[in-house]
Design a protein around this ligand. Structure first.
Ligand code: NAD
Length: 347
């Protein structure tokens, strides 16, 4: 079986994780390889090409798509560039992976999904948190039914990690934590508890050096009966820094589960109390503390390739991710007005 051929656009801070994962997937006969790289910044393009041994390089995505025969493009630029690049790929009939957040505005997101649907090409948003091993373990417990019907939950990300050092653009946007990190925990809440009927949010800016909000607390009433608190912060000065761990607490009719600090999973069910270490794997190219995120990058890219070969929709297809995007819009809307918002308003 031939490897699928991909072109990667955007060789910045996060792209090395994609490229390391692609290098691993190129070792599998039914995997994929990156045959061309694109970045408008010549230094970043040259550095990535040298590190990952990719000979074909382009300063312009249009030129790359015109010259290369690709099965997919992997877009790892920041959000303002996503729509034009996704539409470009759709025009060339090439499947697309687009990093989160999908776009600066949900109207752009909808246009991107429609462009791919019209062109008949697959589109996946690289919403990788739900592919983290500890969160997959939580989902497996829910699916097993041992805690019964969930009725309450919490998904929490609280950190003081200086994320702006690696991603300076995060300090500049009017929107910060909900758009950048909240999108991950809101998607995790959908992954665990299903769709949301009502959302109420409150936000704060603690760090005076940033333009957007760095703390958000959201109350989600899910359609299937779970009420969840979803909270995130980049200004938490806690005794134990947990970046980038997501903590989860769920109560069900027959038991409960907690994903605690240090990837410790505790499940209470009628059978008793079980404790497990659900730490992510430290892949050879990964670094602590990013390793759980890095493993999820490999998992989601493998999933995309499997779906492309099978002709099935990825879990975080563009159309699915619009539902997560609607939660982001609902959170900003609620925080601005103080009102409870039905995310369907944005769907
Ligand atoms: P970055 O600014 O470091 O890198 C982006 C690169 O894209 C730059 O080198 C820039 O020159 C290039 N670029 C921008 N527009 C281009 C265009 N039209 N054509 C060619 N090249 C172009 O950004 P980053 O920190 O690597 O973030 C990229 C994306 O990854 C963002 O959307 C961010 O939210 C996301 N991200 C995701 C995770 C995750 O866990 N899923 C973590 C970090 C960042």
């Amino acid at each position: 079986m031939a490897l699928l051929r991909g072109g990667l656009i955007g060789c910045g801070f996060f792209a090395s994780n994609h490229l390391n994962a692609w290098r691993e997937l190129a070792r599998h006969p039914d995997g994929a390889e990156i045959v061309a790289l694109c970045d408008r910044d010549p230094a970043r393009l040259a550095a990535a090409a040298a590190e990952f041994g990719v000979a074909r390089r382009y300063a312009d995505a249009q030129a790359m798509l015109a010259a290369e025969k690709l099965d997919f493009v992997d877009i790892v630029t920041t959000a303002p560039a996503h729509r034009a690049l996704v539409e470009l790929a759709a025009r060339h009939g090439v499947a697309v992976i687009c990093q989160k957040p999908m776009a600066p505005d949900i109207a752009d997101g909808r246009a991107m999904v429609e462009a791919c649907e019209r062109a008949g090409v697959a589109m996946m948003v690289h919403e990788n948190f739900r592919w983290q091993a500890p969160l997959l373990a939580v989902r497996a417990v829910l699916d097993s039914g041992v805690i019964g019907r969930p009725f309450w939950g919490r998904v929490s990300f609280r950190s003081g990690y200086d994320v702006i050092a690696g991603q300076p653009y995060l300090a500049e946007g009017k929107r910060f934590i909900i758009e950048d990190l909240g999108v991950h925990v809101l998607d995790t809440a959908r992954f665990l508890f299903g769709e949301v009927a009502r959302l109420t949010a409150s936000t704060t800016t603690v760090n005076p050096a940033i333009a957007g909000e760095d703390v958000a607390t959201m109350l989600l009433v899910h359609r299937d009966g779970v009420t969840a608190v979803v909270d995130c912060s980049y200004s938490s000065r806690r005794a134990r820094e947990l970046f980038p761990e997501v903590l989860v607490d769920i109560e069900g009719s027959d038991g409960s589960l907690q994903l605690d600090a240090g990837y410790a999973l505790t499940v209470r069910s009628p059978a008793g109390i079980e404790q497990r270490d659900v730490s992510p794997t430290l892949l050879p190219w990964a670094q602590v503390p990013w390793h759980g995120v890095q493993e999820s990058v490999l998992n989601i890219q493998r999933h995309f390739i499997d779906c492309l070969r099978a002709g099935t929709a990825p879990a975080t297809a563009g159309s699915d991710n619009l539902k997560t995007f609607a939660l982001v819009e609902a959170a900003y809307g609620s925080a601005a007005t103080g009102e409870t918002v039905d995310p369907a308003r944005f769907a």
